[in-house]
Design a protein around this ligand. Structure first.
Ligand SMILES: [Fe+2]
Length: 395
C-alpha cells in the first residue's frame, strides 16, 4: 500500500512567467508579499516583468528582499511581520531554494500565528492551511517549488549554526511557475551545483526505503534528463553547430528534471548525502548543491552492498547504457561531477578539518536518516565522513 500526494499545479515552459499574474488573480490574491534574495534576482529583468504584470493586473505587492542563503529563522520572522503589517493575502517566492523556502516559512508562521522557530527541530507539527503560496524558481535544482519541505538555519545561544529541515503538507505551493528562461542567467558553476542537487534528490529518493513505484518513475526520468543535459547546460559538453539551441533544450531538461525530483523527494524522502550536506553547508558555508555534489559518489559507494540493483538502474538511466553495474554507476556519477568542475572531496573544496566533529554530530541526528537503504552505524558514518574529507571516488 502506498500514497502519492502532489497537489501543486505546475505551469511549465519558456515564457510561462507571464501567466503568473492572471493565475494569482484567480486565487483571489489582492496584495502579495514578494520574497526574494538581496542580490541579482531582485534586480533581474524577470523579476521586473513579474512586478509590471502584477501592476497591470491590479494586484498590489510588497517586496521582502531580505533573504540570504539558507535563511535563518529570524529572517522568516521579519518576513511574517511585514506580511501582517502590510495586510497581505498571498505570498510569492521568487529565486533559488532560499527565498522559496523562506516564503514557505512565512506562509506557515502567519497561518499558525507563531514564530517558525517553534517548529524547527522541535517536532511540533503545522496544523493550519497557509495563504495562497506561489513558487517561481530561478535555478534548476532544489525542486522546492513542488515539495512539502523547507530548510532553515537555526543559530543557538552559543552561535552554533545548524540547518534543519521541516516538512508539512501545507508547504506544497499552490502553484509552481517553472520557466526555463529564468534559469538562463545562471553562471555555469551554479548550473552545475544546482543540477547536482536535483540529481541527488532523484538518487536519494530512488534508493530510499520509502520509495514507491510512482516515485521511482519521477526519479528515473529526472536522472535520464540530467544524464542527457547537465553537461550541455553547464557548457561542459562538446559544442555543436546548433550550440544555442542545444543549450536551450538542455536548460529545459534541467528545469523539468529538478521539478520531477522535487515531486519524488516529497514522497520518498532523502538520505545521508543530505544528512552530511546540511552541516557542511551550515558550518563551512558551502553551497547546498556543491556540498551534495561532492558527497554523492561517496555515499553511493557505501550503499553498494545494500542497494546494488537500484544503483545499477541509476547508472543505466544516467548513461543510457544497459547492463552496467553498481560500481560503474558510481563512477559515472563521479565522472559527471569532474566534467562540470566539482571538487573531488571536502578538503579540495576548502572545508576546514576543524569542522569534522560538528559535521558528524549533526549528521548522526539527521531526521531522515531512517530513509537510507543502509542502516549506517555511527562508526560507519564517521568512516564515511573521513573518506569524504580526503578520499577519492574513481571516475
Ligand atoms: Fe537538496
Amino acid at each position: 500500500m502506498y500514497e502519492f500526494y502532489a497537489p501543486t499545479t505546475i505551469v511549465f515552459g519558456e515564457g510561462c512567467l507571464s501567466e503568473t499574474a492572471q493565475q494569482i488573480k484567480k486565487m483571489g490574491v489582492t496584495r502579495a508579499l514578494l520574497v526574494t534574495g538581496r542580490s541579482s534576482t531582485a534586480s533581474s529583468p524577470g523579476f521586473k516583468r513579474l512586478c509590471d504584470d502584477l501592476d497591470t493586473a491590479g494586484i498590489r505587492w510588497v517586496h521582502f528582499a531580505d533573504v540570504s542563503a539558507d535563511p535563518e529563522t529570524s529572517t522568516v520572522d521579519r518576513g511574517a511581520e511585514l506580511y501582517r503589517a502590510q495586510g497581505c493575502d498571498g505570498i510569492i517566492g521568487f529565486g533559488g531554494g532560499s527565498p522559496i523556502d523562506c516564503a514557505k516559512g512565512i506562509a506557515a508562521s502567519v497561518a499558525e500565528g507563531r514564530s517558525i522557530r517553534d517548529f524547527v527541530g522541535t517536532g511540533l507539527a503545522f496544523t493550519k492551511p497557509v495563504p495562497p503560496l506561489v513558487a517561481i524558481p530561478t535555478t534548476a535544482g532544489t525542486g522546492t517549488e513542488v515539495t512539502n519541505a523547507a530548510v532553515f538555519t537555526v543559530v543557538d545561544e552559543r552561535g552554533h549554526r545548524s540547518k534543519k529541515g521541516t516538512s508539512s503538507q501545507f508547504y506544497f505551493p499552490r502553484l509552481a511557475i517553472v520557466d526555463p528562461l529564468l534559469h538562463a542567467s545562471m553562471p555555469p558553476s551554479l548550473t552545475a551545483a544546482t543540477g547536482m542537487d536535483a540529481l541527488t534528490h532523484a538518487i536519494e529518493a530512488y534508493v530510499s526505503r520509502f520509495h514507491t513505484p510512482l516515485s521511482d518513475m519521477y526519479c528515473l526520468e529526472s536522472i535520464r534528463l540530467i544524464g542527457r543535459s547537465l553537461r550541455t547546460a553547464c557548457g561542459a559538453a562538446e559544442s555543436s553547430e546548433g550550440a544555442a539551441e542545444d543549450k536551450a533544450a538542455a536548460r529545459r531538461d534541467m528545469a523539468l528534471a529538478a521539478t520531477l525530483a522535487g515531486v519524488a523527494l516529497s514522497q520518498a524522502g532523502l538520505g545521508m548525502v543530505h544528512g552530511f550536506a546540511h552541516p557542511v553547508g551550515a558550518t563551512a558555508g558551502l553551497a547546498h548543491g556543491l556540498a551534495n555534489a561532492i558527497l554523492l559518489p561517496f555515499v553511493m559507494s557505501a550503499l553498494i552492498p545494500d542497494a546494488g540493483e537500484r544503483l545499477a538502474s541509476i547508472g543505466q538511466a544516467l548513461t543510457g547504457k544497459s547492463g552496467i553495474g553498481a560500481e560503474e554507476s558510481v563512477r559515472a556519477i563521479a565522472r559527471l561531477g569532474r566534467d562540470i568542475g566539482i571538487p573531488e572531496n571536502l578538503e579540495a573544496a576548502g572545508v576546514p578539518s576543524s569542522h569534522f566533529e560538528s559535521i558528524l554530530a549533526d549528521a548522526l541526528s539527521y531526521r531522515r536518516r531512517k530513509a537510507s537503504p543502509r542502516a549506517f552505524t555511527d562508526a560507519e558514518l564517521r568512516e564515511l565522513l573521513e573518506r569524504m574529507y580526503r578520499g577519492r571516488v574513481d571516475a
